[in-house]
Design a protein around this ligand. Structure first.
Ligand code: ATP
Ligand code: MG
Length: 172
C-alpha cells in the first residue's frame, strides 16, 4: 500500500478529527480499504458513497463485499437501482445516479434492506434526505493519478468502528 508521507500525516491528523484519509494508487488498493471497512460492518449499517463519475465507488463496494464474505460478483447497479447480494452479512448495493427522487429508492425497498443487510449507496449525495442518522460516508476524489479516499462516520457505533479501523491501519 503506497502512502505518501503527506498522506501519513494527513491520516494522523484526520483520525483526530474523526476522519480517515488515504491515497490509493490502484483499484486493488481501493478494494483493500473497502474490505477493511466491510470486515467491521454489520446488518443495518449504511455506507454513503460520494464522488464523481469513475471515482471508484463501485470498486470500493467490491471491497466491502469481500469484507462481508459476499461471493457473488459486484457490478454497478446504476440501471437497476438496487442489487441484493446474499451472504453471511447480506449486502444491498444501490445507486442514486439515475433516480429522479429519493422516493424511487424508498419504493424500490432501500430502507427495508437495512433490516437484515448492509446498505451501500453510490451517488448518495444526490439523496441526502434518506441518509440515516448513523452512517459511514466514503468520499472519493481523483488525486495524483490515483484516488483520495476520505472515510468519516456519524453516530456512536460507526464512529467507534472507524476509529478502530484507523488505529489498525494508520500509516499503511
Ligand atoms: N486508485 C483507484 N481506485 C479505484 N479505481 C481506480 C483507481 N485507479 C484507477 N481506477 C479506475 O477507475 C475506475 C473506477 O470505476 P468505478 O466503476 O469503481 O467508479 P464509480 O465511481 O463507481 O463510477 P460511476 O460514477 O460510473 O458509478 C475503474 O476503471 C478503475 O480501474
Ligand atoms: Mg459505480
Amino acid at each position: 500500500m503506497l502512502v505518501t508521507s503527506q498522506d501519513i500525516s494527513e491520516v494522523g491528523s484526520s483520525v483526530a478529527s474523526g476522519k480517515l484519509v488515504v491515497h490509493t494508487d490502484s483499484p486493488d488498493e481501493t478494494r483493500t480499504w473497502g474490505r477493511r471497512l466491510g470486515e467491521r460492518l454489520q446488518a443495518g449499517d449504511f455506507v454513503a458513497l460520494c464522488g464523481p463519475l469513475g471515482a471508484g465507488k463501485t470498486c470500493f463496494v467490491q471491497g466491502l463485499g469481500q469484507g462481508l464474505g459476499i461471493s457473488s460478483p459486484i457490478t454497478s447497479p446504476t440501471f437497476i437501482l438496487i442489487r441484493q447480494h446474499p451472504g453471511p452479512v447480506p449486502l444491498c448495493h444501490a445507486d442514486a445516479y439515475r433516480v429522479a427522487s429519493a422516493e424511487e429508492l424508498e419504493d424500490a425497498g432501500l430502507t427495508d434492506c437495512l433490516a437484515d443487510s448492509v446498505v451501500a449507496l453510490e451517488w448518495a449525495d444526490r439523496v441526502p434526505q434518506i441518509w440515516p442518522e448513523a452512517l459511514y460516508i466514503v468520499q472519493i476524489a481523483l488525486h495524483n493519478d490515483g484516488r483520495r479516499l476520505e472515510l468519516s462516520a456519524r453516530g456512536r457505533r460507526p464512529t467507534e468502528a472507524l476509529s478502530e479501523l484507523a488505529d489498525a491501519y494508520s500509516g499503511n
